[in-house]
Design a protein around this ligand. Sequence first.
Ligand SMILES: Nc1ncnc2c1ncn2[C@@H]1O[C@H](COP(=O)(O)OP(=O)(O)OP(=O)(O)O)[C@@H](O)[C@H]1O
Ligand SMILES: [Mg+2]
Length: 688
Amino acid sequence: MNLGLRANQADPWGLRLRSFTPGRQRWDVQAIVARPFLAQPLEDALLKHPGVQCAKVNPTSGRVLILYSPIGPRLFAGKLIKDTLEEIVALGGYPGGRAKKEPNPLYEVLQRSLPSKGQLAIPLLVSGLHFLVRFVEGLFVISTIKTGGDKLTEGKAGQKQGKSLLFVGGMGLLLNSLDGWLRYHRVRLWQRVGQQTQQNLRAQLIARIEKQDPVFFDARSTGNLMNLLNQDTKRIGEFVGRGGEQIVDNVLVLVVYGTMMLATSPTLTLMAAVPVVLLLLPSRLLRNTIAKSYARRDELNDKFSQMLENNLAGIIDVKSFTAEEREIRRISGGGEELTEAHSAAAAVSSLESAMGRVIYSTGFAMTAAYGGQLVAEGTLDQESYVRLVYMFPRILDALASLEVLTRMYHEAVSSAERILPVLDALPLITSGPVRVNRNEVRGEVVFENVSFGYRPEVNVLNNVSFRLQSGETLGIIGRTGSGKSTLLRLLMRFYEVGEGRILIDGQDIRELDLQDLRSAVSLVSQDVYLFQGTVRDNVAYGRPEASETEIVEAMTEAEAKELLSTIPGGLNAEVGERGRKLSGGQKQRIAIARALLKDAPVLALDEVTSHLDYETEAAVKRSIREVSTEKSVIMVAHRLALVRNADKIIVLDSGRIREEGRHEELVAMGGIYASLWQLQTGAGSDFE
Ligand SMILES: Nc1ncnc2c1ncn2[C@@H]1O[C@H](COP(=O)(O)OP(=O)(O)OP(=O)(O)O)[C@@H](O)[C@H]1O
Ligand SMILES: [Mg+2]
């Protein structure tokens, strides 16, 4: 059921854990905001849940507080809230409230993407004119037939034949040329409206997607997003361009010719109108099947695109595991599944149009036959019958195009349903009010009892606290998966802390303006990503206005200057898609140069020398130390040599700080760090 909620599909309820302590959880639930009819039953249901001692659900703030026995079985409150809400909705009732009528998603999407009224006016006008010309053409044909008939009956044929033939021919040519000329412009203008709609929609979607939190991308595949941007926007654009053009034209045909028919013979018009009403029947009957088959097709399409994306991105690994044949089979399998889903969707919509065709063809055949009989009986005059016979095919044509239109409409509705949640998705991480100037940030970083889990029930960081003074270097080490990268992501506010807080210069980062915060921290991620473009573009990514001297300087600091002579093309060398034309170490150094050029007061480096040889690594380390005397540096490393000179080192294990201190202290402590040091250096050797 659509509640008008527009969070991402994986979490339509907009759930977010605010805080967690054993026995007490606070949640934000977007779905209940301003919906007391959901909030009340949720509270009742939570209270009935075993172990829950108190539950408060507030539809004004959207907050849910649950108190439960901390020594009882673990409570997965997020899942409980989600399941309960699903149950309430599935039961179909909103006790004490009214179910709102579901809005049509296509209508909502069009409202936001159609070009302005002014831009629609000209295509509408041309459509109207074109219809008018065809209408006049029709009247002319009818009158020519009638005059010809009269003259034949009156035996006057031949007298002014030459003149009238010339007139008829001339008029015919004129009207036909006008018809052709207007048709060309009608199609062209409407197509432009369609393209414009698609572009408006695409631009809005891109703007939305770019602003989303990483959580959003964790829940969606690239294939899905690419399809939304390319294919779904195209379907809506086509519905407006081709569909809009036909709808306007058909409505004019049906209204004008229908009225004329009514004036000519009300009985016959009524007979013809019955099948038109019945036409709604197949659409009603098949609506759910069509929606389901389209949704399945689109889902498989996303899966298929994702499969392709993954395959192409990992093509080197595919080859090294000689998995080409397996991949070909897998992708063909996906393709076949998709083809079947396409066929199934096409079959349902063909069934719908076939049913429609049978209904209106029968209706019209009967009407035409009955009309003939009326003429034979003398109840209907011949001219009216000619007019009716002329108008029938036009109306039939208009109805026949309904077939294409309904298909386009269903496609567009299905795409709108996919697009709308993204268009409405709001990032959960919002900017704080406090502005800071990057140049004034001292770079003191404090973690205060920070706990966090990507999923509320599994904590990745537990009660992490440390203080990094401005200008100091902090080394973070720990086993793989211990939460090191997560810690840096929290500092950048890619994810929100579950509990505790992170402070920069004494200010909670949630209070800070998001852009200011992210400008104050230079993060080099563990998985270096280079953008398609040149070395220069990549180094200057964070400061596009940087001069060549500054770029070369940053590269020198990152020990990357030699790349300028070793890579053909130097600064102007293309790095290829994701930097595939460069070696791992080259990419890492470009990424370091990029971060150094950004010149932020806090430098966060996540395993940035893993691809470098010892010598280059040592040089990079020296450089970073030199350039960052006034910066706070957080350095995540597996190789302890990198962090041994740090002012402070923390050892993370399963998300907890196990040891903390300077190198010498930690070695003396004889714990995890000491044994790692032993392992990496061989007892006693001075490794650097
Ligand atoms: N986006 C995500 N969604 C869900 N779980 C995640 C996500 N990213 C990381 N995790 C999980 O969080 C835990 C910590 O991951 P993290 O990347 O912080 O480890 P790490 O200490 O940096 O490891 P490594 O040394 O291998 O880089 C891991 O168990 C991982 O599976
Ligand atoms: Mg990591």
